[in-house]
Design a protein. Sequence first.
Length: 668
Amino acid sequence: MLSVDKVTVQFLGRTLYSDLSFTVNAKDRICFAGPNGAGKSTLMKIIADQMSPDTGTVNKAKYIEVGYLPQEGVSTDGRTLFDEAKTAFGDTLTIQENIEAASSQLGELDPGSAEYADALDVYGELQLQLDKLEVDKMKPRIEKVLVGLGFKHSDMNRDVGEFSGGWQMRIALAKLLLSEPSVLLLDEPTNHLDIDSQLWLENYIQNYSGAVILISHDRAFLDAIVKRTLAFEAGHVNEFAGNYSHYLEQSIILRQQLQRAYENQQREITKAEQFINRFRAKARRASQAQSRLKQLDKMERIELAPAPDKSIRLRFPQPERSGQVVIELDAAKRSYGDHVVFEKFCFRLERGEKIAVVGANGAGKSTFSRILSGADPLTSGTRKTGHKVEISHFAQDHAEKLNPEKTVLQTVEDSAAREVAGNLRSLLGCFLFRGDDVFKQVSVLSGGERSRLSLAKMLLRPANCLILDEPTNHLDMQSQQILQEALKAYQGSCIIVSHNRDFLDPITDKVIEFYPEKKIPRIFLGNLSDFIDKKSQELADVTSDGKTEPARDNKGIKKPSLHSSRKEQRKIEGQIRQQKADAIKPIQQKLEEIEQQIADLEAHKQELEDKMKNPDFFKEKDQSMEASKMHGEISGRIEKLYSDWADASDEIEKTEQEFNSKLSTTQP
């Protein structure tokens, strides 16, 4: 239905790919994979007729329609949300307008005239066309797609100009899905979607009647949809059958085969060159040497793309150990005027916990992260940070606060801790700033580049609590993996706002879901995939009357759950976690009492030292001796309390390790 024929694209003197050819068949599910800058989005624009290749063509039948969703930059205004989505049905609207015109014409003509008969025939034909388009299903289809992408029914009459950039991209996606093109081109479609909308889109694409080509850095999303992968790497494009994970496995095998072929060819070349150099000057063997030289010139050399640099590792500066309780919210409420984001919310982040934050856009995820960081205040309730807690917060707007006059390298040099200062070029490579990119001024960087630089700058500061709001939005797969490995090894606490399942699953062991309807956020044990399974099971168990009961087949027999073994495993894990919490609670209380005693004694000690700074204080001998004695006693007690604090912390850590060991034995 569509073919790419010998397409070549060059950029700034570099060939992205040459003589690229492949076909797109009906109901294909294709992924363009590869690092940023490999030309994936460029090829998508070429297929969408928004760019032209240097050479080659894109061929498609006349009846084939191509629909394209870019990464960003789509916006509109002047219509209600429903009316804007309705424009996707362009043919239907044109027919409706023609029917109205024909109806008006019939009212002006003599019923007995030939013109009236012709107009009536046209009117009838238009009505038949409209019936075929099932116009009566237009409204429910529009509402289904808009609600699936996260809009509320109350949004339908809002002007689209009121929606932010992320919601504008959802509107563009909704119109594209409603228009049902033969080939759907989606460039990073999940960047602006929450987890519920992403799962809805995943299901929608799986059942889509046309072909779909995707670019995404969300591996779980790709694995659920893709059946073919085109891998862009070092000027070549290789095709693999299967989803993204299968491509990764096969690419390793292919590279090993290519490596062996390359080494064999290099040995042949070396032998041929040795023969030529040895015998080209000897008359008896000169013709053979010349023949070998011609063979060597004609040989198609195997090019080996540079292997991914596995030596690049992102290691966070070692932070000082915090108290067991890192951040605590009690009866927390945040509102903006009459809009309540959340209220009566109690939350505790403990040392070493790594928590994923999910929920619909506008539900309060970013607000929650700003409150935890201290950037935003609570409307009511309390926020407390624990002993020796150092917080680093990455928010999307931090990119706008970078100094535009500085280079990329200078920006991170200002923030780098001593232990990583000598390795900044490699670390910047993790965030896709390679080669001369590090000397670019911030003022010339794109929004995505500024976001990556802001993330790199924040992560280079020592902190024992990281709060990250959508850290993977502008990272390719390799950069995500580097950051993921660093966060897995990180000893501090993490709060990560994201919907990227593949990125979050190995890192987090708890999920908080926020809701837009003033509901108290819910906390789920397990990673993001466990959370999705739990939510899916809850939805599957809900009957039409709103009650929950086991799912049954058409004979009324209870169905065995696909998640039953996993469900039982999580039940056991939940029991172990409860035992862990019960065991740690009294030690934790003791630890908090010690921290309070230390704080009180240090305050008393400071008062004494302030008095002792006054020279007149020592004129009273008895008073000064008593104060000096008390100062020594307080210092001794503080020292003892610090030792007790360390013992209690070690006891908590030992208890955690014991129960974590029990948890690991429950894994399949």
